[in-house]
Design a protein around this ligand. Structure first.
Ligand SMILES: *Cc1c(COP(=O)(O)O)cnc(C)c1O
Length: 362
C-alpha cells in the first residue's frame, strides 16, 4: 500500500494511535458492545472523559485556577459573535480588532453586527517581506472594551509570537490553528478560543479558556447556547455536546501528554518547520514572503517563483502521496500544514519532493 502524507489545513491529520483507539472503541465499546457514542453525556462513563480532558488540558497548558475551561459548539466562527455578545452587547461600544489576515478580518466582519470594531492594521512590508508590527506599536484605543487578535493566521501562514502585554485591557485571541503547539502564558489572556479540527481533534467542538471574572455578567438577550455564564454553570452541557468530537479531543490530549507535553511538541514543531523553511530559503526556486519572525510553525505557505509551475507542483506532489498541499483558494500557491500530529517522516518526504522538483524544473 502506498503511504500517504496528509498536509490538510483543517480538518487535519490526527495521530495514528488516536484513530486506532477510536476504532477499537467503536468496535468493542465501553461495555457489552455499547460505544461511548451511544450513551448519555450525563452518564458516569462520559463525565469521566469530560473531566479527564479538562484535567489534561489544564496540566498541558498550565491553566490557572481562576480560569474556566469550556467545550462549546459552532466552531471558532460562532465565537466571532459570542465574544462581542458576551463581553459588550451594546452596539455603540468599541473594541480593538487587530487585522493581520483572513481570519482576524473575518472576526471583524462579524463583530460589526454587535459593536464598533476599531480596525487596527498591523501588516507592513520590510524588504518585500510581510511583517507584523511589534505590539508596542499597535494603535490601541483608550476607550475600547477589549483587544482581539489571531496569533496564527492559518491561511497566509503568518504568526504573531509576541505575548500580549497591555495594561487594563481584556485580551482575546483566536488560537484555532496553533493551540497546544507551543507553550503559552495563559495569564496574559482573558479569553483564548480554538476550534478543534486543526490540533485538537475533530470539528464540532470549540475550546474556550476564559478568566472567571469576566463570565460573571448575565445577559438575558444572548442566545443561551452562546452565553458563557450558562455554558459554564452547566459544565458545557447546557445542550447536548458533540460527544464524538469531545471524545476524540480527550484522546488527542492524552496523546500530547504521552508524547512529552507542549514544550516537547514545540521543540519538534520548530525542527519540522525549519526543514521546510530551509529548503525555501536556500533555493531561489521557492518563495515565502513572510518575515522570519512572523513565519508560522504550523502552516507553511510558499509559491514557486515560476508561477506556471504551481499547479504542476500540486499535481505531482499529490501523485507522490503528498496530499492537500494546494493553498487556500483566495491566495493560491502551496500551503503545507504540519500540525502536531504530522510526523518527521512526512515532513522529510515533502522536503525530498521539493528538492527533487526544483532540480527537475529549474
Ligand atoms: C479554522 C479557523 C477558524 C474557523 O473555524 P470554524 O471551526 O470553521 O468556525 C477560525 N479561525 C482560525 C484562526 C482558524 O484557523
Amino acid at each position: 500500500m502506498k503511504i500517504i502524507h496528509n498536509f490538510s489545513a483543517g480538518p487535519a491529520i490526527l495521530p495514528k494511535s488516536v484513530l486506532k483507539q477510536a476504532k477499537k472503541e467503536l468496535n468493542y465499546g465501553i461495555k457489552y458492545g455499547i460505544s461511548i457514542l451511544e450513551i448519555s453525556h450525563r452518564s458516569k462513563e462520559f463525565i469521566k472523559i469530560a473531566e479527564e480532558s479538562e484535567k489534561n488540558l489544564r496540566k498541558l497548558l498550565k491553566i490557572p485556577k481562576n480560569y474556566k475551561v469550556l467545550f462549546c459548539q459552532g466552531g471558532a466562527r460562532t465565537q466571532f459573535s459570542a465574544i462581542p455578545l458576551n463581553i459588550i452587547n451594546k452596539k455603540n461600544i468599541k473594541a480593538d480588532y487587530i487585522n493581520s489576515g483572513y481570519w482576524s478580518y473575518s472576526a471583524i466582519k462579524e463583530a460589526k453586527k454587535y459593536c464598533i470594531p476599531n480596525i487596527i492594521p498591523v501588516k507592513y512590508f520590510i524588504n518585500n517581506k510581510i511583517s507584523i508590527l511589534p505590539m508596542k506599536k499597535w494603535k490601541i484605543n483608550n476607550n475600547s472594551k477589549y483587544i482581539h487578535y489571531c496569533p496564527n493566521e492559518t491561511i497566509e501562514g503568518i504568526s504573531i509570537k509576541e505575548e500580549p502585554n497591555f495594561k487594563n485591557k481584556i485580551i482575546i485571541a483566536d488560537f484555532s490553528s496553533i493551540i497546544l503547539s507551543y507553550p503559552i502564558n495563559i495569564k496574559k489572556y482573558d479569553i483564548i478560543y480554538a476550534s478543534a479540527q486543526k490540533n485538537l481533534g475533530l470539528s464540532g467542538i470549540t475550546l474556550i479558556i476564559i478568566k472567571k471574572s469576566i463570565i460573571n455578567k448575565k445577559n438575558k438577550y444572548i442566545p443561551s447556547t452562546l452565553n458563557y455564564k450558562i455554558i459554564s454553570s452547566n459544565k458545557s452541557m447546557f445542550n447536548t455536546p458533540s460527544i464524538f468530537s469531545w471524545y476524540l479531543s480527550s484522546l488527542v490530549l492524552n496523546w500530547i501528554k504521552n508524547n512529552g507535553g507542549v514544550k516537547k511538541i514545540y521543540k519538534i514543531n520548530k525542527q519540522k518547520s525549519n526543514i521546510i523553511y530551509n529548503i525555501i530559503d536556500s533555493n531561489n526556486f521557492y518563495i515565502n514572503n513572510i518575515n522570519f519572525k512572523n513565519r508560522s510553525i504550523v502552516n507553511i505557505t510558499f509559491k514557486l517563483k515560476n508561477k506556471y509551475l504551481n499547479n504542476l507542483f500540486i499535481k505531482e506532489s499529490y501523485e507522490a502521496g503528498l496530499m492537500f498541499l494546494k493553498g487556500h483558494y483566495i491566495f493560491g500557491g502551496i500551503r503545507s500544514s504540519i500540525y502536531n500530529a504530522m510526523s518527521f517522516k512526512s515532513v522529510k518526504k515533502l522536503a525530498d519532493f521539493m528538492i527533487y522538483f526544483s532540480n527537475r524544473y529549474s
